[in-house]
Design a protein. Structure first.
Length: 140
């Protein structure tokens, strides 16, 4: 199992995993912000994955984006792989609203992070279970 980069561990909570990827929740509660991290060592770009892994990552990413958009009634889903700070391949899935604090700009560095309370985290975890994510296994 590939180790999740220290910066992602610091900024996120592990929710569970799909067949290929770990699913993380960014701790910034300004936006519903999820991150897929393929469980592969020494990969920084999608093209470095095998063809099968590339296809699986796209299935997981599209499925997650669709479920998030429907559940959270997104105005727009921002899905991106940047890696300028964290070199490990990871794909952001950020639910955006025309009324969110950064709209229409990117979310990075726009406002100070607002962290989830324990009650908010439990509510979000329950909502994730209601989304019925195919092939997803929840962490304890």
């Amino acid at each position: 199992m590939a180790r999740i980069h220290a910066q992602l561990e610091k900024d996120c909570l592990l929710l569970g995993r799909f067949p290929l990827s770990h699913l993380l929740l960014n701790k910034d509660a300004n936006y519903p912000w999820f991150i897929l991290v393929p469980d592969r060592d020494d990969i920084s770009e999608i093209y470095q994955l095998s063809n099968d892994d590339q296809q699986q990552l796209m299935r997981e990413s599209c499925h997650l984006a669709e479920k998030l958009a429907l559940h959270f009634q997104a105005d727009k889903m921002n899905v991106a792989s940047l890696g300028n700070i964290v070199p490990q391949l990871h794909i952001h899935h950020i639910v955006r609203y025309q009324h969110d604090v950064a709209w229409p700009a990117p979310v990075w560095g726009r406002v100070e992070a607002k962290y989830y309370t324990q009650v908010q985290l439990e509510k979000l975890k329950n909502e994730m279970r209601e989304m019925d994510l195919d092939e997803f296994t929840y962490s304890a």
